[in-house]
Design a protein. Structure first.
Length: 223
């Protein structure tokens, strides 16, 4: 751990200790400082949970301490669940782990930690697979070909939407210019992406991309 990180951790610990000491004299004032710290981003939810828990232990009769602690727990739990659902990197998973450890036995935090562990293993295997593919020209070419086929399928969908817009225009005498412009822009973006992907495919495979590859992929998926 870097000196800067150690200093930050030490300052956070001193801050929470000060809050706990103050809480023994004036729990409500301490909890207010915690709430302000969370609202301004100077205190994490994990730190707020620890601080409110200290006040709750020192002032058992202060109902607010328990309520605030449980509120911070609920917020952190919800945030951890959202982050776990969208986590795509090891760093993101590590952040979720830290939040779940802070929650301890709260709700099903233990189950979520198990899910995070499984996701980390899956991510590591996926990264290994991508790395192995990147070292293999045939695999890399196939990956680029799949990207081209996906973009070409998207292009057909956009073209179908344009055709529908023009059909409605002929029947009603009116056309949605905003949607027409959006679809035209989408076509341009797809064409630019496909052009770059085809150039990349040619550089890797040593031959131009053949659109029949997409039909072969679709047939393979059907089986």
């Amino acid at each position: 751990m870097s000196r800067a990180r150690l200093l930050a951790v030490g300052l956070a610990a001193l801050s929470m200790a000060g809050i706990a000491r103050a809480g023994s004299a004036d729990g409500n004032a301490a909890l207010t400082r915690v709430a302000i710290g969370v609202a301004t981003g100077r205190m994490s939810l994990c730190e707020a949970i620890s601080a409110a828990d200290e006040v709750a232990k020192r002032k058992p009769a202060l109902v607010r301490a328990t309520l605030d602690r449980d509120s911070y727990r609920a917020q952190l739990y919800a945030a951890a669940r959202r982050q776990l659902q969208s986590a795509q990197t090891e760093l993101q998973i590590d952040r979720v782990f830290g939040e779940l450890r802070c929650l301890g036995s709260y709700r099903d935090a233990a189950r979520l930690m198990a899910e995070a562990s499984t996701l980390r293993v899956s991510l590591a295997r996926s990264e290994e697979k991508h790395a192995a593919c990147a070292r293999d020209r045939a695999c890399t070419a196939a990956t680029v070909a799949a990207e081209i086929c996906t973009d070409l399928a998207d292009r057909r969908d956009v073209e179908a939407g344009l055709a529908e817009q023009h059909r409605l225009a002929r029947e009603t005498g009116a056309i949605d210019l905003d949607e027409l412009a959006e679809r035209s822009d989408a076509l341009e973006a797809i064409d630019a992406r496909v052009g770059a992907e085809e150039a990349r495919y040619r550089a890797i495979a040593g031959r131009p991309f053949d659109c029949r590859t997409c039909r072969a992929q679709m047939a393979s998926r059907a089986h």
